[in-house]
Design a binder for this molecule. Structure first.
Ligand code: ADP
Ligand code: MG
Length: 696
């Protein structure tokens, strides 16, 4: 027997089969329960009636009471509109309609008082309201306080399913629903975190008595949402730890040899700490799932390599997956140098590896002879099988999805390999906790010694000559430079035009220097050749699109010019800038723009100029863009919240996480009586949503 909340909305008073169908199609609302979770997106204060004499510029939505007179149709060309005068005794304003003229003309009676509602416009001191909401005024001011405003879609609005409709049918489901609502948070959590009950929250999120009630309702619902996400992720982590055995990599001979004889620099303290953390994981007999966060240039690759040595020393193989050919190639070259010294067989496998070579690599991996493979998505293919894969290192996680991570896991059927995910996108803590809550996190929070902070400036296009002269003087000192052009997503041809025009200008200006160019449309071999030129210092200037964004490492390059910098997102700018500042020389980043800039662009540019700190930048980015937009988060599926907002609710998230941790610590299977609410709630969810709760 379906419970109250499983009832189909077609049975709700005011909906019926046809509207129900439309709601299902447009908003995926099928049941009473889903309708209840369709929260308003804002609220309007209907308790105040304004007077026209009080009107000023910049008003919100307001309410007026008065008479509507002098209705007349006005036409300009083919467009027709209806205008009327609205007066309340203190003044008058104009009302305007562009649609439904006939209907409105018939409806309005000049002798009645109307209560109208809308956002006034002002033009040359004259106020007007376009398409106001209106009703005959009965003399009663609705003491309803805050009114909910619901989203709708164009299609639904055509069927009169608008915000008012929702408010009306909500009344038929909220009150009757309250007795059926079961509290889904433990009592202790409620009082400890000062949270209202679930029925209180549901009632007041739709029909808040006042702002205070609304805030309490919001807090409660956000907390609940965040709490259950954290509970899920943390349980998942427990399950993983309990279920998946891990290979034990205890011996450290190879690592020590490398460290003593071949490592060309000292590891930073942060790198050492992280290596220790990973080594500890690899000795526990549990599968490691670790996220390695570190700002650009913090030296994650070498940490990855050292961990690979642990795997190999202990009889396993290791792979490194990168998101692009260029990166895979660079990693391969970097690691090969070390691997050769240790006489470890290593290969590169990408989409452009030749068939014959590919076969050889496949065979080498299967026999176990080949110890390290570096590659791109090509590694995920079914044909790539290992003798004994022990460690998977994934560079720049945000380009890969969670599903891809899992694919690599499965390349060892007996015991899942350890997984180390390296990311340079400094994800703010709040987001990391949510996205990667099932991973352990290590942070390299220190740059190698001797690095000078990159100096960043913002210059306008008219200063290009000076900027280029500066480049000239730096290159004359032996440095190299990048000049980056943005991708214009709507048009690939425009991109190339933009880029090749830029390239021509650069070549003409820097006649005495050699230049090269990379862009996304090039064949891999061609790209490689150009990259190689730059690496070998055969070219002084590289003109590029954002294909160089991630991970490219040319320490001698010390100047980066970013054209149309306003077109880039903050984290992208930071990534790009990270291509310089990798050597001992002072590096520079020059952000070029025109004069016309949006306020968001200005914030992005000034943030870049102010700080080199990736975490600070990521925080600003999150605030500007909102979490749904952060690189890579869309594919995670973990951050779709109904009401919580990670860019604002960091504190609440922390609280919710701590609450979840405490419960899992004391009662991981939710068996104690005080956690009955959790158990009951999990049991009520559809099976697909609770695969993780198999521990209970
Ligand atoms: P990222 O963390 O951005 O991937 P890389 O691993 O590419 O950084 O390292 C950036 C550069 O710093 C490389 O040239 C690397 O060899 C060098 N490097 C890494 N660790 C150290 C260290 N401890 N001291 C000096 N240089 C280092
Ligand atoms: Mg890197």
């Amino acid at each position: 027997m379906p419970g109250f909340f499983d009832t189909s909305i077609e049975f709700l008073k005011g909906i019926g089969p046809q509207r129900a169908e439309a709601l299902k199609k447009e908003l995926s609302i099928h049941t009473y329960g889903q309708l209840l979770q369709f929260y308003p997106f804002r609220y309007e204060d209907r308790s105040k009636i304004w007077q026209i004499s009080e009107l000023r510029e910049d008003l919100p939505f307001i309410q007026l009471v008065g008479k509507i007179r002098n209705l007349s149709a006005v036409s300009t060309g083919r467009a027709k509109r209806l205008v009327a005068t609205f007066s309340d005794g203190t003044g008058s304003i104009e009302l305007v309609w562009f649609q439904g003229l006939k209907f409105i003309t018939q409806k309005i009676k000049p002798q009645y008082d109307y209560i109208i509602y809308g956002k006034p416009n002002v033009f040359k001191g004259q106020y007007s309201l376009v398409h106001p909401e209106m009703e005959v005024f009965t003399g009663e001011i609705e003491e309803k306080g805050l009114q909910p405003v619901y989203h709708s879609t164009e299609k639904l609005k055509k069927r009169y399913i608008d915000s008012r409709f929702f408010a009306k049918v909500m009344r038929n489901v909220v009150e009757p629903g309250l007795p059926h609502i079961q509290e889904n948070l433990p009592e202790e959590v409620l009082w400890k975190h000062d949270l209202e009950s679930k029925p209180f929250a549901v009632k007041n999120i739709h029909f808040p008595k006042d702002v205070e009630h609304l805030d309490k309702a919001k807090k409660r619902l956000k907390f609940e949402e965040l709490f259950y996400v954290q509970l899920r992720l943390l349980s998942q982590k427990l399950v993983n730890k309990a279920t998946y055995k891990g290979l034990v990599f205890k011996s450290t001979g190879l690592l020590t040899e490398f460290y003593k004889d071949h490592l060309p620099f000292d590891l930073t303290d942060a790198q050492k700490r992280v290596v220790k953390e990973i080594y500890k994981d690899m000795c526990t007999g549990k599968q490691m799932n670790r996220l390695l966060q570190g700002d650009v240039g913090s030296g994650k690759t070498i940490v990855g390599f050292i961990c690979m040595l642990l795997a190999i020393e202990n009889g396993a193989q290791a792979c490194l997956m990168a998101p692009t050919e260029i990166l895979a190639d660079q990693h391969f070259r970097g690691l090969k140098e070390f691997a050769d010294k240790l006489e470890l067989p290593i290969a590169k496998l990408t989409g452009s590896t030749k068939a014959s070579e590919r076969k050889q690599i496949h065979a080498g991996l299967l026999s176990g002879e080949l110890k390290i493979v570096v590659g791109t998505h090509a590694l995920l293919e079914e044909v790539v099988q290992f003798h004994n894969l022990g460690l998977v290192v994934i560079d720049e996680q945000h380009r890969f999805g969670v599903a891809q991570r899992a694919k690599l896991w499965k390349k060892n059927r007996k015991v899942h390999p350890h997984v180390l995910v390296m990311t340079a996108t400094p994800i703010p803590r709040t987001l990391a906790m949510t996205l990667y809550g099932d991973l352990d996190v290590s942070v390299i929070d220190e740059l190698p010694a001797g690095r000078k902070p990159i100096q960043t400036v913002h210059r306008y296009d008219k200063d290009r000559l000076k900027v280029f002269e500066f480049l000239r003087s730096e290159i004359s000192k032996g440095r190299q430079a990048y000049i980056v052009y943005p991708l214009i997503e709507e048009s690939a041809t425009l991109d190339l035009k933009n880029l090749s025009e830029g390239y021509d200008i650069v070549r003409k200006f820097f006649k005495e220097f050699k230049t090269c160019m990379v862009h996304g449309k090039m064949k891999p071999a061609e790209k490689d050749a150009q990259m190689q030129k730059f690496l070998n210092k055969e070219a002084h200037i590289m003109v590029a699109t954002t294909v160089i964004e991630v991970g490219v490492n040319v320490p001698n390059a010390s100047v980066m010019v970013i054209e149309n910098a306003e077109r880039f997102g903050l984290s992208q700018l930071h990534q790009l800038r990270g291509r310089v500042g990798r050597g001992a020389e002072q590096s520079f980043c020059i952000l070029m723009t025109g004069y016309k800039l949006s306020s968001d662009s200005r914030t992005r540019l000034s943030t870049m100029v102010r700080t080199n700190n990736g975490f600070e930048i990521a925080d600003t980015d999150l605030k500007l863009r909102g979490p749904g937009d952060m690189a890579g988060t869309k594919q995670s599926g973990d951050v779709e919240f109904l009401i919580a907002d990670l860019s604002q609710d960091a504190r609440l998230l922390q609280e919710a996480r701590e609450a979840a941790e405490e419960i899992l610590d004391n009662d991981p299977h939710f068996q104690n009586s005080e956690n009955i609410n959790i158990r009951r709630y999990l049991a009520s969810l559809p099976k697909s949503q609770v695969a993780w709760s198999r521990i209970s």
